[in-house]
Design a protein around this ligand. Sequence first.
Ligand code: RAM
Length: 336
Amino acid sequence: MKKTLALVLVALFLVAGVAMAEAKPGDGLYIGVVYKQSGNAYFQASVEGIQKAADELGFTFEHDGPDDGSNDGAIRIIENYITKGVDALIISANDPDALVDVCTQAMEEGIKVISYDAEVSYPGRDLDVQPSSAKNIGLTLLESIAKSVDYEGQIAIVSAMATAPNQNLWISFIEEELEANEAYANLEYLGVVYGDDEYQKSFDETQALLNQYPDLKGLIVPTTVGAPAVAKCIQDAGRDVKVTGLTLASDMKTFIDAGICDETFLWNPIDLGYVASYAAVSLINGDITGAVGDAVNAGDYALTVEAKDDSGATILYLNKLNVFNTDTVNDWVDIL
Ligand code: RAM
């Protein structure tokens, strides 16, 4: 009898031990992901990272974006997640202010709100996760196009949506530096056109620039959707206009090989989704509040929440831009 009891106890300890060993910080948690628009390969890459974090942490998630990139579409998706009772929202916004009300409503219901990639304005979020400082991104792109055109001639920017917070912030640093830095005195800046993160609109806007400016020398394209459209337009037109920008490697390899781009850049969006997920689970579990100085460890990333360079609101930086050129692009084409 005693022996049987001992065996039962041992078995119970073993079962409990296994259960304890398998308990994960995200067990039972449910996260809703909303990105700028559906069908954008950049965000699909970020979802790969969210899936990796989900496998490690145990949470489940859904992801979606409006087909047309509209605020109304994003709000509908968020409202639907709130109704479903998500524990956290991870959001990339096409307009930083348009989602603040619905996100505030979510926060009032106890849902943690993390913006990633493109911010929801403070106070409509608990934390903003960015791939790099906006200044670093802007100045990297400016220096890149300046080198490609030998620091001389007409340049312009083909951006995403006119309201996009991430692109607008990068552009503001580019414009500031163009004014301030003597090295760029011989660049003539023509301004920004908006391709709305749509391939055809980006192509058409580029065509219009080519028509209007026969001496155009370079274009900065800080959007993965716009960049291949812009480069293709230039290739089709046979014009000697250089392109740099934020791109997927696989989209740009042919244009890098053709010499239309000397180089393009991107952080790893897979890692961005991965880190945003770890931050979300830490917030839900109360391990962090999103205050400056809070630490988030995600795989190889040991990150600390910092004040944001434009608004003082909280942010978590990954701080790494990868460069794609003829030497490196082949290492990346199967990844991004
Ligand atoms: C597009 C989106 C996204 C941006 C990248 C670089 O996919 O506009 O927000 O971060 O480009």
